[in-house]
Write a new protein. Sequence first.
Length: 115
Amino acid sequence: MKRVFLCNVSELSVNTVRKVDNAEHGDIAVYNLSGQYYATADLCSHATASLAEGDIEDDLIVCPVHWGTFHIPTGEARDFPCEINIRTYKVEQEGDDLFALIADKAEDPSLIAKG
Ligand code: FES
């Protein structure tokens, strides 16, 4: 398990998402949903879009390219054309800092494909 710095709480307004570059694990999208923090893979599993450029609708992120959606807390693919879940990460807050806890891929239940 690795702990990766994401951003400061003060940089993430309510109901927004931002991209965090991560060369080792793939870029991460970090979300503030009504004061709860979540993190998912930033790359849409349908093609090559950055989900951080999409829109948040309730607890879904809408991909900016073909408008498929994912459930932010679980990474579950919800709407066509997305069919493969995206990875999620547990987020820890320490003061003003947010961190993602990154498990080995083999141990990560969010990597199980839908259906
Ligand atoms: Fe995201 Fe197609 S690239 S839905």
